[in-house]
Design a protein around this ligand. Structure first.
Ligand code: HEM
Length: 531
């Protein structure tokens, strides 16, 4: 009698009962393994987090981007035992906790350099990189060798020298933004600041990527921008991390159905298709000298680079376009929004900024009035945009790395290949390094400041990441923020309109930071033009 005969003779009910029992047995063994036998079982943290990823699911998906806040609480709640190298206040804090069955999280600012800078062979965490539907881009490529290959043609396009050549575009967009502000003043209408800066940053990076832009700055109330669409995508990311096929499913749905489900997400899905169409067009135009852009663009250069054909496919370059444009737009616009809000919220900051800008730009019509080489030297302006970036976080989510050998951390040995994450805000809001971290204080960046351990404060300037995976667009971000803020505050008098701190403070971590969900946005009115 074969297995088939045995199965046929067993009553169906008993068969299902047996399968269920086996499944329960499997779950019990899994629980025993995860809580007692796994190499991570010795690390502190809630039992539920060590048992199942449903714990994270609940806080990220159901409670909408709350897990990072809970992780911060875990560090306060759990005792690590031996701890003795920071101030007394920190001794009670456990710097390492287990946040899922497979991942550890560290909250110890001095460890940032170790995790992100000292192990070039570390990889990103595959599980975390499927959330945006752009899994072959440089941001989501986990393997360090493949990442190096993909990043190599992009690095020269974002060097300081190449970005200096983009100044005319940033000046043109800044001037256009100012023309639009006059329009709003004449109509006495408020402006949604995040959408305005999103249009600005989006037009700049799209122009540099492809040689044209969609003129979001010219759209009514800046509504054409992708601010809300990228936020919708990043919230959806929490769900598609747990169920990766959902992203593929959404992308396969007709626009009418995805649009009915989530208008902003549907806009983003359409954008993904538009990116592929643009890449296809650039590719087919490559051999026609009449169809070449006047200035080098990111994607023309990648297509000219000596790379394997797979690295020039429409799908891969579509992913790369989504990354470059999405990363260039959302983070920069939110830093701008925070800087704009806090400058207007703190009269003493506005006064100091105005004093510096008026001294540097006595005549706004002079040929070099807003020249970048001049304005990038202004220390207070630099402090303003740095605080805008710091308080806006850049990326609010934890960012894991897997190191291919065991590493030591305090009294702990972290096993090889364990996903270990840290979170930018834990460093940039560390009160020992950034006293009164919630305060917008441009002065903290002036006169070569030092951290309490004697190191330059630059060591803890981690909003752009560190090491080989550090932000590609840092030079462009600095130029946009310097010029955009200088034009805005030198040329206009502005007032906040029905806006307070709760419109910028982080309330949801969707990987991109988001304020309270009923925020109407940071809004301003233009109340005067400066001469
Ligand atoms: C204030 C503005 C910005 C902030 C705070 C910021 C922050 C970051 C952070 C934290 C990362 C992740 C680093 C890591 O994984 O360790 C990153 C990566 C990246 N950023 Fe930015 N970014 C900004 C502006 C820009 C701009 C303007 C661009 C335009 C090209 C850009 C393009 C990228 C790209 C392509 C990556 C992926 C790099 C890689 O994995 O190799 N970012 N950025």
């Amino acid at each position: 009698m074969g297995l088939k005969d045995v199965v046929q003779r067993v009553p169906t009910q008993a068969l299902w009962g047996g399968l269920l029992a086996l499944w329960f047995l499997y779950l019990i063994c899994l629980a025993v393994y995860r809580l007692n036998l796994s190499p991570l079982a010795k690390f502190p943290g809630p039992k539920l987090a060590g048992l199942t990823k449903w714990y994270e699911f609940y806080y990220e998906v159901v409670k909408r981007g709350q897990y990072q806040f809970l992780i911060n609480d875990m560090h306060k709640k759990y005792e690590s035992g031996v701890m003795a190298f920071r101030t007394a206040d920190r001794h009670s804090k456990c710097p390492i906790v287990r946040v899922t069955p497979f991942e550890l999280h560290v909250d110890e600012s001095t460890f940032w350099d170790e995790l992100y800078n000292k192990h070039p062979k570390s990889r990103k965490y595959d599980w975390m990189n499927g959330r945006f539907g752009n899994e072959t881009s440089i941001f989501t490529t986990c393997d360090p060798t493949l990442h190096r290959l993909r990043r190599a043609p992009l690095n020269p396009m974002f060097s300081r020298r190449s970005i200096m050549a983009q100044e005319p575009t940033v000046q043109e967009k800044s001037n256009y933004l100012c023309d639009r502000l006059v329009e709003y003043m004449e109509k006495d209408k408020f402006i949604n600041v995040a959408r305005m800066w999103s249009s600005f940053a989006g037009d700049v990076i799209t122009r540099y990527s492809f040689g044209f832009d969609d003129n979001h700055l010219g759209s009514e109330d800046f509504k054409a921008c992708f601010h809300d669409a990228f936020l919708a995508l990043s919230e959806f990311g929490h769900l598609s991390l747990q169920y990766p096929s959902l992203g593929t499913l959404m992308a396969a749905l007709p626009d009418s159905i995805s649009g009915a489900m989530d208008r902003e997400l549907a806009k983003l899905l359409k954008l993904q298709r538009d990116f592929r169409t643009t890449i296809r067009r650039i590719k087919s135009d490559m051999s026609d000298p009449k169809k070449q852009p006047e200035h080098p663009t990111v994607f023309h250069e990648i297509l000219r680079a000596d790379l394997p054909p797979s690295e020039k496919s429409e799908v891969h370059l579509g992913h790369e376009a989504q990354t470059v444009i999405g990363a260039g737009l959302s983070t920069t616009a939110w830093a701008f929004t925070n800087a704009t809000f806090y400058v207007l919220h703190k009269p003493e900051v506005l006064a100091k900024l105005r004093e510096e800008l008026w001294a540097a730009i006595p005549d706004i019509n002079a040929a070099d009035a807003f020249s970048y080489p001049k304005l990038e030297q202004l220390p207070y302006l630099k402090g303003v945009y740095r605080e805008g970036i710091r308080l806006s976080h850049g990326v609010s989510a934890r960012n894991p790395r897997l190191i291919p050998y065991p590493i030591e951390f305090n009294e702990w040995t972290i096993p090889a290949h364990t996903p270990v994450s840290m979170t930018i805000m834990n460093v940039t809001f560390d009160p020992e390094i950034f006293p009164e971290p919630n305060e917008f204080r441009p002065e903290r960046w002036m006169n070569n400041p030092r951290a309490p351990d004697g190191q330059s404060l630059e060591q803890y300037w981690v909003n752009f990441g560190k090491g080989t995976r550090m932000c590609l667009g840092i030079n462009l971000a600095y130029m946009e923020l310097t010029l955009g803020l200088a034009h805005l505050f030198r040329r206009f008098k502005l007032e906040l309109y029905e806006t307070d701190k709760s419109d910028v403070i982080l309330a949801h971590d969707f990987m991109l930071p988001a304020p309270k969900s009923d925020s109407k946005g940071v809004r301003v009115k233009v109340v005067g033009v400066e001469k």
